[in-house]
Design a protein around this ligand. Structure first.
Ligand SMILES: Nc1ncnc2c1ncn2[C@@H]1O[C@H](COP(=O)(O)OP(=O)(O)O)[C@@H](O)[C@H]1O
Ligand SMILES: [Mg+2]
Length: 211
């Protein structure tokens, strides 16, 4: 079983959007996927309850993830954890159980600095176990803007991968989150972005298995 945790201490960075879309896309590719909602605001759980084709979704309390997620091993191929803002205990617990940490960042200096908190937690764990792998995902990029262009360089100065896939700033994501569906259902560019993100995540998980 692989565990992908979508984490950033900053609220509104795109965690739930990425977690719900990624979990749906992985499920449609035939993986047995569980979504773990670690945010007390329960946005992912509400999304799942609203939809018909959503992955099984579990609510988790902060700090218990590394104890409870391994119990899903028999039933699922991939667990996607949707993190919460500000909760250091939760992030530490999620990082302990994750193979891959995805860090959504919006293209702004302030958002990159805010992501340093989660990187610190990841690096602390890496010093002990060599795991997990971490990768930034640029979120809500507005195509053609200087910010969207320059963020790549800014992120590459950190000790984490930067995924080639991004989410653009698109209303399809907000509509999908509110309607219990994914951007795969709304189609268009957002659907392509989700497919591409899913390809990259699978690639990283396979690479890890081969190490
Ligand atoms: N790529 C995107 N384009 C447009 N809106 C987005 C995008 N990603 C997230 N949003 C919107 O921004 C808000 C915060 O996103 P969300 O995924 O809930 O962030 P988090 O879980 O990190 O708090 C939501 O209203 C969501 O619909
Ligand atoms: Mg959220």
């Amino acid at each position: 079983m692989h565990v992908v945790a979508v984490l950033n201490q900053k609220g509104g960075s795109g965690k739930t959007t990425i977690a719900t879309n990624l979990a749906t896309a992985l499920q449609r590719r035939g993986y047995r996927v569980a979504l773990v909602d670690a945010d007390p605001q329960k946005t992912a759980s509400e999304w799942a309850a609203r939809g018909e084709d959503t992955p099984p979704t579990y609510e988790a309390t902060a700090g218990s993830l590394h104890e409870n997620v391994p119990a899903l091993r028999e039933a699922f191929d991939i667990v996607v954890i949707d993190g919460a803002p500000r909760m250091t205990k939760l992030a530490t617990s999620a990082v302990k159980t994750a193979d891959l940490v995805l860090i959504p960042v919006q293209p702004s200096g302030a958002d990159i600095w805010a992501a340093e908190d989660i990187l610190d937690i990841v690096e602390e764990r890496q010093r002990v176990t060599g795991e997990p792998r971490a990768a930034f995902v640029v979120s809500r990029a507005v195509a053609g803007t200087n910010l969207a262009e320059s963020i790549q360089g800014a992120l590459e100065s950190y000790e984490a991968d930067v995924l080639e896939s991004r989410t653009g700033h698109r209303v399809a994501y907000t509509e999908a989150l509110g309607a219990g569906i994914s951007a795969l259902d709304t189609g268009g560019k957002a659907a392509n972005e989700v497919e591409s993100l899913t390809d990259e995540v699978i690639e990283l998980l396979i690479q890890k298995n081969e190490q």
